[in-house]
Design a protein. Structure first.
Length: 377
């Protein structure tokens, strides 16, 4: 009998330790053996986070990354294709609108855990289908040898006229944060305005490349004077000692009816001619958060929920903020643990354009862009 009691005690101790940690806080060993993650965030930053989760929980993380050129779009289309037989448990996206598109296609399942509760409204789906965290800003990166005084307060409109386009570069807008950038412009300018602006920019010689990191390289190496990229790519150049500076990729809205203005220009003019914003017009930055969502029908849903809450924690936002990427915390964090650089980015992010409601604009822009670049209707 004594032996039986001892054996039962040992078994209960093992179960307690594996399932709950028996310490009121640890999640070590919860939920089984593995979780499958599709991740569009840069692997150089994401992997450290995922391996830390793996070490702390004992849950094996199997991760599928995407390429720089196709980025989040490739994974979102894969998840839609796998909808009836999902292989992933969690999607960690590097932007918001593609994740919202997955939600609209019934790929995601609601989860309102402690991470969802931590994030402010406007960054999360009301039903918990996805939640945003750790943002990046769209920025103008410029070569400081060409612009010793810098490029400050130049809006997208300013950089679209004269000889600015032929001196600049941008990633092809079919993917990632550049597609989100186009969604903002679609909302501000309407379809007619974006079509005119895009075609005119290309005619004036804007350089288009496969990804933001290539744009950064062109500017850092003096091939182009300036370009549109993201803050994480900018800091790669800066940390490598390249002659680069940055300014937010400002967009402007005012009481002007942009859609009407640009529609008239399409009908009556061959060239894009940026209207000057009214005095006191609102300037917006573009802040694009990471997002995470639970895949509907996930085989490892308990582990998936643990990972989702982990990614949405203050700990992870601080990890990403203090990484070389300088990601912007979007939930409450101890700001004494942030660098001055990230504090400045956080200030700029306060003026961010509200992109969460732009799924329709994103999809309309993408349909048109696929027709232009891929020959699709």
């Amino acid at each position: 009998m004594k032996l039986l009691i001892v054996m039962l005690g040992l078994v209960m101790g093992v179960v307690c330790g594996a399932v709950s940690g028996c310490d009121g806080g640890s999640v070590k060993g919860k939920g089984g053996k593995e979780v499958v993650v599709y991740c569009a965030h840069d692997s150089v930053y994401a992997d450290a986070v995922l391996r830390k989760f793996e070490a702390e929980t004992g849950i094996k993380v199997k991760v599928k990354y995407d390429t720089e050129a196709t980025k989040s779009l490739g994974l979102t289309e894969l998840l839609i294709a796998e909808k009836d037989r999902p292989k992933a448990d969690v999607f960690w996206n590097n932007q918001l609108l593609g994740t919202a598109d997955l939600a609209s296609n019934g790929v995601l399942e609601g989860y309102q855990g402690e991470g969802w509760e931590r994030m402010p409204e406007g960054l999360k789906d009301k039903d918990g289908l996805y939640t945003g965290f750790a943002g990046r800003l769209r920025v103008v990166i410029y070569n400081t040898d060409r612009f010793p005084e810098g490029i400050h307060d130049k809006t997208m409109w300013d950089l679209s006229i004269g000889d600015w386009p032929e001196r600049g570069a941008i990633a092809k807008p079919l993917y990632g944060t550049t597609l989100s950038h186009y969604a903002v412009m679609w909302d501000l300018m309407g379809e007619a305005g974006v079509r005119l602006w895009h075609e005119d920019w290309r005619e004036r010689g804007i350089v288009e490349k496969g990804g933001n990191s290539t744009v950064k390289n062109l500017v850092a190496n003096g091939v182009c004077d300036w370009g549109y990229t993201d803050t994480d790519d900018f800091y790669v150049g800066k940390d490598n000692g390249k002659p680069v500076g940055m300014s937010p990729a400002w967009v402007v809205s005012n009481e002007t009816d942009y859609q009407d203005t640009y529609a008239k220009m399409v009908n009556g003019k061959d060239r894009f001619d940026s209207p000057q914003p009214a005095v006191g017009a609102t300037r917006w930055t573009i802040c694009i958060p990471n997002t995470v969502g639970l895949i509907k029908g996930a085989k490892n849903d308990a582990n998936a929920k643990l990972l989702i809450d982990y990614l949405l924690s203050e700990e992870v936002e601080l990890m990403l903020a203090n990484s070389k990427a300088r990601q912007i915390p979007l939930g409450d964090v101890d700001e004494s643990k942030l660098s001055d650089e990230v504090k400045q980015l956080k200030e700029w992010a306060k003026d961010a354009y509200p992109i969460a409601g732009l799924l329709e604009e994103r999809n309309a822009a993408l349909r048109w862009l696929k027709g232009k670049y891929l020959g699709e209707d």
